[in-house]
Design a binder for this molecule. Structure first.
Ligand SMILES: [Zn+2]
Length: 416
């Protein structure tokens, strides 16, 4: 690995992940240079979870105190992959006594760790703790019995609870809160328009979104994301404006929170929920992700799950607008990497950026590259460590940003 050209590393790592057993993956990760092979180590440790549970239980715990917090998070997810409640033993003492994700800024190292940890608690033991001490209490009375809090899997209605006195409704992955409580009325009206007859049916449909996006993001993130409980805030036009967030938009995501406009909760709402969930999964895995990659990935995984929507029958209509044509012909990647503006109240001119970013990520996923999922994860890992977009692209794809630019237009034209 050390002597090959640097852009061959993702290919090499893809092969190792595919064929090595857990002990080999762990040995390579241990012997690799922590700085120079930081990306490879993250990928190797995450892949331990795809092997038989006995192997993963033996190897993954060795990385729970790694120097790299993202290697620690990868080890936590690998343990969650085992789906064995015995894996709790290695994780219980990591539960902090704060709320899992509250008040943690995006890009915080602790956020990545907590999202993986509380996601593992949910997967392994169906725990939805509000503070870490609940995990330790559960462990104290269950450690000998090795039973789950509730059955391992099943339709989301099984977990349906509420609404409680604050109007909160609980689902497997979501806790829905209405702000103000009267927003439930707007929401009810919107649901009626969508012909959703009651909260249980909503629970089932939201659960369906979670299952779909979990499945569709596995390749890019190297396994099941193992999400903790996500807060779904339903707001009105009056309450959605808080915190500099915009009016008139259907939804946006925070660290562990999705905000939706109750009255606008119509149309293709499932797509909105899936899109925002990708942002949460992405933020739970990597820090410092640029806007183009975040939005491109959210659009790509939610709208092009298994093949690019840009190659489908609607492509002419979808790509027809002049600003989009212009952006693609001038170079999709050069344009989108300049999209550094944070989410603001004025997004009227950002439409073409969303489209071009979606095209760019679809091209990286479905274009001419070998091991595209591993490469994309490698790219996200490079960016996480502060490597500049253009440099990371060159490392991962072996070509310059300018060379990559000619790809999408060519790719779209080829399949006309
Ligand atoms: Zn978005």
């Amino acid at each position: 690995m050390a002597s090959a050209p640097v852009h061959h590393r993702p290919i090499a790592i893809a092969q190792v992940i595919k064929f090595a057993d857990a002990a080999t993956l762990a040995a390579i990760a241990r012997e690799s240079d922590q700085q120079r092979n930081a990306d490879e180590r993250r990928l190797l440790v995450r892949a331990i979870g795809s092997l038989p549970p006995e192997q993963a239980l033996a190897e993954a715990p060795k990385f729970l105190r790694d120097m790299d917090p993202l290697v620690q998070a990868a080890a936590v997810r690998a343990l969650a992959d085992t789906n064995r409640v015995a894996a709790m033993e290695f994780l219980v003492d990591r539960a902090t006594n704060e709320a899992p994700c509250r008040d943690l800024p995006l890009n915080a190292e602790q956020l990545v760790l907590n999202m993986s940890l509380y996601g593992a608690f949910r997967t392994l033991a169906d725990l939805r703790p509000h503070v870490g001490s609940e995990v330790q209490t559960w462990w104290a009375s269950n450690r000998g019995r090795m039973t789950r809090a509730t059955p391992a899997s099943g339709p989301d209605e099984r977990f349906f609870s509420g609404p409680d006195q604050q109007g909160r409704v609980g689902l497997s992955v979501f806790e829905i809160t209405f702000m103000p409580p009267a927003a439930a009325r707007d929401f009810g009206a919107a649901l009626e328009r969508r012909k959703i007859k009651d909260a249980h049916e909503l629970a089932f449909q939201v659960g369906q979104c979670v299952r779909e996006i979990t499945r569709d993001s596995e390749g890019v993130f190297g396994g099941t994301p193992h999400l903790p409980v996500v807060r779904l805030e339903m707001k009105t036009d009056a309450t959605i404006g808080g915190g500099g967030l915009s009016h008139g938009h259907v939804g946006f995501a925070g660290a562990c929170r999705i905000t939706l406009h109750a009255a606008l909760f119509g149309g293709d709402w499932g797509r909105t929920v899936r899109h925002e969930l990708v942002h949460i999964i992405h933020g739970a895995h990597f820090r410092n992700q640029p806007r183009w990659l975040a939005e491109g990935l959210a659009c790509s995984l939610s709208e092009s799950p298994t093949k690019s929507v840009w190659l489908g029958p609607d492509r002419a209509k979808l790509l027809g607008s002049a600003p989009i044509q212009q952006m693609l012909s001038r170079g999709a990647f050069t344009n989108v990497v300049q999209w550094t503006r944070p989410v603001s109240s004025d997004r009227s001119d950002e439409g073409p950026y969303y489209v071009a970013s979606h095209v760019a990520i679809d091209y990286l996923r479905f274009g001419p590259f070998t091991s595209p999922d591993v490469r994309l994860r490698y790219l996200m890992s490079q960016l996480d460590r502060g490597v500049r977009d253009a440099d990371a692209i060159e490392v991962v794809y072996g070509i310059s940003l300018a060379e990559l630019d000619t790809g999408p237009a060519h790719w779209l034209a080829l399949s006309r």
